[in-house]
Write a protein that binds this ligand. Structure first.
Ligand code: NDP
Length: 265
């Protein structure tokens, strides 16, 4: 009976009909997959990122709004949300996905690299969430979803800044989940393992550069970091994001949902 209610609604694109999803980092990888899945489920989508061309390409596929915005700039976030609201109404779902990664042995890590990672992955996430909180608290079944990482749950050698930023992001998510537990808002984090996206392509390139290994060897090394020995699909992450947005998911709050092929088991 459940399937018979959900599947036809999904086929008609009515699952989340007319709801407004804002996705940071919506022009590539996980964010672009979220845009496609949420659009297929009936959402209006607003896509934020620094580079406009990839945002416009995803927006063209999803009837979305492409809005150029650097999330390290609070004023730019406020202006981007104003444009998003003008086009699509109040924000029902905020997917805080934009992030950057880098690697360095700790003893060589530069302070400016620490701050650069923190300013996007943690302070940027704070600003994106806080600038939307008025919307998220003023309607029914609203959702705040952070794309965290397995790096939120365990140490990541040679990426102490990234690991610290993602641990902080999970702390932010859990804290807000409890703070707003009585509201019609849930706050959750998704913790992917290594996903098949441009960010992982960059990690492969760094391995090639630092070790002289071939691209295939670099990619195989990353695949082996996931317990199941392959990269996680961005569509699998996006499906979970979409599912968290369903009204039936209203009791899932403060979760750290691993999608990592068993790496954190
Ligand atoms: P991508 O590099 O494909 O996507 C990252 C997105 O963030 C880009 O669209 C980028 O757009 C945007 N972005 C980066 N900096 C800023 C900024 N200052 N302002 C606005 N947008 C910004 O990688 P993924 O899709 O893999 O990453 C998405 C999230 O998933 C990240 O938070 C990442 O940490 C997390 N994650 C990824 C994993 C992986 O293996 N790939 C594993 C676990 C978590 P632009 O450059 O145009 O601004």
């Amino acid at each position: 009976a459940l399937a018979s209610a959900i599947v036809p609604a999904m086929e008609k694109g009515q699952m989340l009909d007319g709801r407004h999803a804002v996705i940071t980092g919506g022009g590539s990888g996980i964010g672009a997959a979220c845009a496609r899945h949420l659009h297929a489920a009936g959402c209006k989508v607003s896509l934020l990122g620094r580079r406009i061309e990839p945002l416009e390409a995803v927006a063209a596929d999803t009837d979305g709004q492409a809005i150029s915005c650097d999330i390290t700039d609070r004023d730019a976030i406020e202006a981007a949300y104003a444009k998003a609201r003008e086009a699509n109404g109040p924000i029902d779902y905020l997917i805080v996905n934009a992030g950057i990664a880098d690697s360095s042995p700790f003893h060589k890590m530069k302070r400016e690299d620490w701050h650069r990672i923190m300013s996007v992955n943690l302070t940027g996430a704070f600003d994106c969430a806080q600038a939307a909180i008025g919307d998220l608290l003023s309607g029914e079944d609203r959702r705040l979803i952070f794309i965290a990482s397995v790096a939120s749950l365990r140490g990541i050698p040679y990426a102490a800044h990234y690991g610290a930023s993602k641990h902080g992001l999970l702390g932010l998510s859990r804290s807000l989940a409890r703070e707003y537990a009585q509201a019609s808002l849930t706050v959750n984090a998704i913790c992917p393992g290594y996903v098949d996206t441009p960010m992982t392509d960059q990690s492969v390139a760094r391995i090639q550069e630092k070790t002289g290994r071939s691209e295939d060897e670099g990619r195989a090394a990353i695949e082996q970091m996931n317990a199941h020995g392959r990269l996680v699909s961005p569509d699998g992450i996006a499906t979970q994001v979409m599912t968290l947005c369903l009204p039936i998911s209203r009791d899932i709050n403060g979760a750290a949902l691993t999608i990592d092929g068993g790496t954190d088991a």
